[in-house]
Design a protein around this ligand. Structure first.
Ligand SMILES: N[C@@H](CCC(=O)N[C@@H](CS)C(=O)NCC(=O)O)C(=O)O
Length: 161
């Protein structure tokens, strides 16, 4: 059975959980205490050199880190990540967008807010709010003429963003 190394408040972990649910794939959860340093142990760094969750462990022990790579792996062969070249590239466009414009901007603001660190990071928070507003405006434009980010069909891009 597949194993997901996860931390429940994580939105990156949430992406994989949602797709597991949509695809009805059974999996084990292994919770990682990222704030207690478990992600920095040799054992965990062997699973993901970057030390973050989520990590997907395959039945044979091989691992995949980075939430969007996990989405792509799980969705292969399903309508959520179709084979057609243009469709696939459009989905990847939004997956990369999410990692550059959403996760480190809006995701970081969320993290600071939930953990009471917003005031501590006030100077950076203002810049991130402005960048977050630009990201949301880009999403509005991206969704102006289509119901889903990559066109007419729901895909892993919508889950990620
Ligand atoms: N770009 C990565 C980010 C992974 C990441 O930063 N995960 C956070 C939780 S959302 C984490 O584990 N942080 C603890 C750490 O990196 O030490 C992804 O999309 O999976």
């Amino acid at each position: 059975m597949l194993t997901l190394y996860d931390y429940l408040p994580s939105q990156n972990g949430w992406k994989a959980r949602v797709l597991f649910g949509l695809l009805n794939i059974p999996y084990h959860t292994r919770l990682v205490s990222i704030f207690e340093g478990e992600g920095r142990t040799d054992a965990f760094l062997a699973l993901n050199p970057a030390g973050g969750i989520p990590v997907l462990e395959l039945e044979d022990g091989r691992t995949i880190a980075e939430s969007n790579a996990i989405l792509a792996y799980l969705a292969e062969g399903t309508p959520f990540f179709p084979a057609e070249r243009y469709q696939r590239a459009k989905i990847m466009q939004w997956l990369f967008f999410e990692q550059y414009h959403v996760e480190p901007i809006i995701g970081t603001l969320r993290f600071w807010t939930l953990t009471g660190r917003l005031e501590l990071n006030r100077v950076m928070a203002d810049a991130k709010r402005a960048a977050g507003a630009r990201a949301l405006a880009a999403l509005e434009r991206g969704l102006a003429n289509t119901p889903f980010l990559a066109g007419e069909a729901f895909s892993i891009a919508d889950i990620a963003v």
